[in-house]
Design a protein around this ligand. Structure first.
Ligand SMILES: [Zn+2]
Length: 203
């Protein structure tokens, strides 16, 4: 199953048929609340991790994934928009935010829930790519949302932190959306109780 990265453009994998799907940490794992460290040099181990994250993201059918979610406190995110090649961003930063909009959001580390939160209309974003080149872009829509979500992860922030009210958090259950599970901001939904996600999983 070689559907990742268009085969070769990101880096030549040493083990061509290797598909590395890593376990995704779930709330309330403490690593999800830690700040990831800056990557000092983009060497083979960083690229390998980034590729494993892409494999993991594709397997989970998500839009983005941050290294914290696979237990690595390094500032690495991967993003995959529908119909596009996955992208690797190292030491990513939201440089500027403009405007506000309400969005629905889910998270691969908080399965079975989605919430309505406020994100930026536009973000200006900077990072290094897999070749250590500086990338700067302005993003809106799903990409802008995913970049904000993933950079938040690197800072130990979850979309739950942006909820204005617990009524804005919905438990995904067929035909029913209860919010009783969430009572406090600490209150992470108990992963044991969760259903499979049925919404766009930002990551
Ligand atoms: Zn997430």
């Amino acid at each position: 199953m070689r559907r990742i990265c268009g085969g070769h453009w990101l880096w030549p994998r040493a083990e061509e048929n290797r598909l590395a799907v890593l376990p995704i940490l779930m709330l309330p794992h403490p690593i999800l609340r830690k700040r990831a460290r800056k990557v000092r040099s983009i060497g083979a181990s960083v690229l390998r991790l980034a590729h494993d994250m892409i494999d993991t993201l594709v397997d989970a059918d998500g839009v983005g994934l941050a290294a914290n979610q696979v237990g690595e406190l390094q500032r690495i995110i991967v993003v995959r928009l529908p119909e596009e090649e996955p992208r690797i961003y190292i030491n990513p930063e939201i440089v500027r935010r403009e405007g506000e909009r309400e969005v629905e959001e889910g998270c691969l580390s908080i399965p079975g829930y989605r919430g309505t939160i406020t994100r930026s209309l536009w973000v200006t974003f900077g990072a290094l790519d897999h070749t250590s080149q500086a990338v700067k872009l302005k993003a809106e829509g799903l990409l802008g949302q995913a970049l904000e979500h993933e950079v938040d992860h690197l800072n130990g922030i979850l979309y739950l932190d942006h909820l204005k009210s617990h009524d804005d958090l919905v438990k995904l259950e067929s035909g029913d959306a209860g919010t009783d599970e969430a009572d406090e901001s600490e209150a992470a939904p108990d992963p044991e109780d969760l259903e499979s996600p049925a919404t766009m999983k930002i990551g």
